[in-house]
Design a protein around this ligand. Structure first.
Ligand code: PMP
Length: 390
C-alpha cells in the first residue's frame, strides 16, 4: 500500500543530511540582550527587538490599561466589528511618525506584503523586484497575477534595462529598505528616480529600517533626506517597535484603495487592542526618545570596528551585521561553539540565503554594552577558526 507519510519522511531525511533541517529554540525569558535558553544564560545577538521596546515598562503599563478596558480579542475583521479607537489611534501614530497622510495596519508584515502587492498589480502589469527581497515580498509577487521581473541586487542600471524592455507597461518597483539578510540599504534615490521617470509605483519595505536608520529612526527616506518620496511605504511593528503587526502608509488614495482591495486586510480578524496598544506606545517611545536610536547606531559602529579589529569582515550601517561563513554545516558548527561560550546567534542557511553563503546574522540592540560586543568579537574569532580546522 502507498505510504502517505513516505514522501515527507524522505524529504526530512534529505534536509537533515544536507544540514538544512530546522527546529525551534525555546527561550525561557523575555527578549532582552540577556536570555535564558535550555536553562543557560546567553548573550542574545540575534533579536529583532533592536530598541529593547518589547520589555519597556511604559509599554507594558499602556498594554495593561488597554487590556483591562478592551479585553483580549478584537472580535471581528476591520471592515466588520474589529476596528476600535485603539486601532485608529495606532494608524494615526504611524502616519505621524512616518510623516504621511494616512496609514493602515495588517496583522503581520508578511500579511501586509501578500495583501498589498496583489492589490497594486495584476494581470498585464509588471512587478520589478530586487533579487534579495524578503520572502513575504516574493510571495506577494507570486500571489498577484502580474509578471515578475527580478533585477540584480540594488543594481539600478539592470533595473532600468529591464524597465526599458517593457515599454509603457504599468507596475511597481519593490525593494527592502534594509535588506534582511545582508543589512545593506536600498539605493533609494536611484529607485525613486526610475519609478517616477517610467510612471511606476515605488514600494519600500521598512521592516529593518524603522527605528534603525535616519537620525530619528524614521527609516530609509529620512536616511537619504527624501521624506515623502516613496509611494508605498510598508513596514512591520514586530522589530524595533517591539510589538506585532504590519503597516503601510502613504496617501489617502492609497490607503482607501488598500482598505477596499487588500485581501489579507479584509478577510482576517484584526489584531487585539492590547497588541495595538503595545505598537502605539512603542512608536511614541521612538519619537520621544531618539537617544535610543542614537545608542543603537553607536553600537553598530562600535561592533563593526570590534569585529574588523579581530580580522572579521563586518560592514554595516544597520542593526544587521552578516558574518559570512559559507558552507551550511560550518555555519551550524560556529553557532554551536558560540552557544557553548554563552553567545546566542542564529545561523542563516539556504533557502533563506543562497546555497554556500550560510552566515551568522548578528543583530544588535540598543542595550548591548561595549563589553558584550568585545566579548562577542573575541568568541567569534575563536569559534570561526575552531570550526575551520575540525
Ligand atoms: N519584510 C521583511 C524585510 C522582513 O524581514 C520581515 C520579517 N522577517 C517581514 C517583512 C515580515 O514581517 P512580520 O514578521 O511582521 O510578518
Amino acid at each position: 500500500m502507498n505510504d502517505k507519510w513516505d514522501r515527507m519522511e524522505r524529504e526530512l531525511e534529505r534536509l537533515k543530511s544536507d544540514n538544512l533541517f530546522r527546529r525551534m529554540t525555546v527561550f525561557e525569558s523575555p527578549q532582552t540582550s540577556q536570555v535564558k535558553v535550555g536553562g543557560q544564560q546567553q548573550h542574545l545577538f540575534s533579536s529583532n527587538s533592536y530598541l529593547d521596546l518589547c520589555c519597556e515598562p511604559k509599554v507594558k503599563e499602556h498594554v495593561r490599561r488597554v487590556l483591562e478596558e478592551y479585553g483580549s480579542g478584537s472580535g471581528g475583521s476591520r471592515l466588520t466589528t474589529g476596528t476600535t479607537s485603539i486601532h485608529a489611534e495606532l494608524e494615526d501614530t504611524i502616519a505621524e511618525f512616518k510623516r504621511r497622510e494616512a496609514a493602515l495596519v495588517f496583522n503581520t508584515g508578511y500579511m501586509a506584503n501578500v495583501g498589498i502587492l496583489p492589490a497594486l498589480a495584476g494581470k498585464g502589469d509588471i512587478i520589478y523586484s530586487d533579487e534579495l527581497n524578503h520572502a513575504s515580498i516574493i510571495d506577494g509577487c507570486r500571489l498577484s497575477k502580474a509578471e515578475l521581473v527580478i533585477y540584480r541586487h540594488n543594481d539600478m542600471a539592470d533595473l532600468e534595462k529591464k524597465i526599458k524592455a517593457h515599454p509603457g507597461q504599468k507596475g511597481v518597483i519593490v525593494s527592502d529598505g534594509v535588506f534582511s539578510m545582508d543589512g545593506d540599504i536600498v539605493n533609494l534615490p536611484g529607485l525613486v528616480e526610475l519609478a517616477n521617470r517610467y510612471g511606476l509605483l515605488s514600494m519600500i519595505d521598512e521592516a529593518h529600517a524603522t527605528g534603525v536608520i535616519g537620525d530619528t529612526g524614521r527609516g530609509t527616506e529620512e536616511y537619504y533626506g527624501m521624506e515623502g518620496s516613496v509611494d508605498v511605504l510598508m513596514g512591520t511593528l514586530s522589530k524595533a517597535v517591539g510589538g506585532e503587526g504590519g503597516f503601510v502608509c502613504g496617501s489617502h488614495i492609497l490607503i482607501d484603495y488598500l482598505i477596499n482591495k487588500a485581501r489579507s486586510f479584509i478577510f482576517s480578524t484584526s489584531l487585539s487592542p492590547a497588541t495595538m496598544a503595545a505598537d502605539t506606545q512603542g512608536i511614541r517611545m521612538i519619537m520621544e526618545q531618539p537617544q535610543r536610536v542614537q545608542k543603537l547606531q553607536e553600537n553598530i559602529r562600535y561592533c563593526c570596528a570590534a569585529l574588523n579589529s579581530r580580522g572579521i569582515k563586518a560592514e554595516s550601517e544597520t542593526a544587521i551585521i552578516p558574518v559570512i561563513i559559507g558552507e551550511e554545516g560550518r555555519a551550524m558548527k560556529v553557532m554551536k561553539l558560540l552557544k557553548e561560550r554563552g553567545y546566542y546567534i542564529s545561523a542563516i542557511r539556504y533557502p533563506t540565503v543562497a546555497r554556500g553563503s550560510a552566515r551568522l546574522r548578528l543583530a544588535l540592540m540598543s542595550s548591548h554594552t561595549r563589553e558584550e560586543m568585545d566579548g562577542l568579537a573575541d568568541a567569534l574569532k575563536e569559534c570561526i577558526s575552531l570550526a575551520e580546522y575540525e
